[in-house]
Ligand binder design. Structure first.
Ligand code: SIN
Length: 530
């Protein structure tokens, strides 16, 4: 373990290597040196696992105005209209550009193929290799990134904190730590004139999630510690259909399956969605997730089923090859068997508050993708709008950050050492598991004042972790997960009403002043939630 900290200077620092981070890096590359830091292998991001696709108004029957209306409706009154307008209007250009760079979206004949997903009124979801859309986007973006000599990628570096001086972000401290529990050997201060967070979401704070292991809310937590404003943290989207089978991973069964006709059935094999919403399987995600929970409670079961067996098996295998082969590994043949599913945490609508150019409340700090809250998703994200958001707002944040004044230069008096940090005197893994279970049980799909206050009481027992220093990726992740867990729970307590994905059984109506956005910010006096 080193005693002294290393220093690196670059023009731009991008933290995270999913769609938003890479798209931003491509925009920054012509303007100076760029470092893209990622805490795992570069492809380990939510983008890699995105199945369904990219929503974009490009089909003959569609219009950007209709995509706008659908997004606003799904957001349940809390979308920022200017941000949505940009998303739907700039989306087509970002997609054409990707196609020019080599993206292979699925086609019907010579035309792009579009599928349907919940709460869309038109077939507008582009997909690639059936159900590997995110992987295709990454392939193309990584190739493009490789074509720039100005972009350096650093993998297996976990971000520790942002470097902030005179209320300006001037880079970040990162820790080389290739293995989870092994203390990091190298602490590096990366000094940059602009820093861009693209760290994705925080699904790992819930015991059931579709998110990869890297989604521990790092960007939200470090931004909070630096004093940035976070917004809409109570809005967590739960995906209705996630594989529920002993010994199988929590694998997403794309909403596109319901778009192609899959039916939800309870354990008595009875379809039930029509009893909950006129749009049945294609009702908004929060409605479908709550309907599944109700049905599970009613039938005293841990899951429901997704049934696609009535569709032609060759079509199913071709349309969902990744889902087909993954389920087969667990003895489930989606062309013949009913698939056990239940909901899981999927997406954070809230995050680090940004303007329409990705600028946060801290000078020199930008954010894009799931870590950011542009207001584009409001209280509930429209399916398949997130890859589009990563492309559109990654691009915009890259353009804005490239104009940042000043230069990356070493900051005085902020020397940090890993050698002073001793191993924690508690079991990190035990706390991590308890935290995830607590959040799922008390701050999950259906919340109430009692469950949220219980969550706060339990979280408070671990509060001292927030002031600790760690020299392992696992330790840093736990601190970040706890930070985000506090923010979600506090915001959920503050919103006394049910809107979008935030549902309180003790306040089933929207409540007073429901159109306000709740913000969370760290102040010298403590956390302010207003
Ligand atoms: C899915 O394929 O169901 C996920 C797509 C999304 O969350 O946008």
């Amino acid at each position: 373990m080193s005693n002294s900290m290393q220093n690196i200077t670059t023009d731009f620092l991008v933290i995270g290597s999913g769609v938003a981070g890479l798209r931003a890096a491509i925009e920054l590359a012509p303007h100076g040196s760029v470092i893209v830091v990622t805490k795992d292998i570069p492809t380990e991001s939510s983008t890699e696992y995105a199945q369904g696709g990219v929503a974009v108004a490009l089909s003959d029957e569609d219009e950007v105005g209709i995509h706008f209306e659908d997004t606003i409706k799904a957001g349940d009154g809390l979308c920022r209209e200017d941000a949505v307008k940009i998303l739907v209007e700039e989306g087509p250009a970002r997609i054409f550009e990707l196609i020019e760079w080599g993206a292979e979206f699925d086609k019907e004949g010579t035309k792009l193929a579009f599928t349907m997903e919940a709460a869309h009124t038109k077939r507008r979801i582009l997909h690639a290799h059936g159900d590997s859309t995110g992987r295709e986007l990454l392939r193309v973006l990584v190739n493009k990134v490789r074509s720039f000599t100005t972009i350096q990628r650093m993998q297996f570096y976990t971000v520790v904190d942002l470097i902030v001086e005179d209320e300006r972000c001037k880079g970040a401290y990162v820790l080389k730590s290739s293995e989870f529990g092994v203390p990091g050997s190298e602490l590096i201060a990366i000094h940059a004139k602009a820093t861009l967070l693209a760290t994705g979401g925080a699904g790992q704070i819930f015991s059931r999630t579709t998110n990869p292991a890297v989604a521990t809310g790092d960007g939200m937590a470090i931004a909070y510690r630096a004093g940035a404003i976070l917004e809409d943290m109570e809005f967590v989207q739960f995906h209705p259909t996630v594989l529920f089978a002993p010994s199988a991973p929590q694998f997403l069964l794309s909403e596109a399956m319901r778009g192609e006709g899959a039916i939800l059935k309870n354990i008595f094999k009875e379809p039930f969605m029509k009893n909950y919403h006129p749009d049945a399987e294609l009702a908004p995600r929060d409605v479908v997730s709550r309907a599944i929970i109700s049905e599970m409670v009613r039938t005293n079961s841990s899951h429901v089923y997704l049934d696609l067996t009535h569709r032609d098996s060759e079509f199913v295998k071709k349309r969902f090859p990744r889902i087909y082969s993954t389920c087969l590994q667990y003895d489930l043949n989606i062309t013949r068997d009913l698939i056990p599913v239940s909901p899981a945490a999927h997406y954070m609508m809230g995050g680090v508050k940004t303007d329409i150019n990705g600028a946060t409340s801290i000078e020199g700090l930008y954010a894009a993708g799931e870590v950011a809250c542009t207001g584009v998703h409001g209280a509930n994200r429209l399916a398949s709008n997130s890859l589009l958001e990563g492309l559109v707002y990654g691009y915009r944040a890259g353009v804005a950050a490239s104009q940042q004044e000043g230069q990356g230069s070493k900051v005085k008096g902020q020397e940090r050492k890993t050698s002073d940090i001793s191993a924690p005197d508690f079991d990190l893994e035990e706390v991590r598991t308890s935290l995830r279970r607590l959040m799922w049980e008390k701050v999950g799909i259906i919340r109430c004042g009692v469950s949220l206050n219980e969550a706060m009481e339990n979280l408070s027992m671990w509060r001292s972790i927030l002031d600790m220093d760690f020299n392992t990726r696992r330790g840093l992740e736990l601190k970040n997960m706890l930070t985000v867990a506090f923010m979600i729970t506090e915001a959920a307590l503050e919103r006394k009403g049910s809107v979008g994905a935030h549902y309180r059984s003790d306040y089933k109506e929207r409540g007073e002043n429901w159109q306000r956005h709740i913000i969370v910010v760290r102040t010298p006096e403590g956390t302010k939630v207003t």
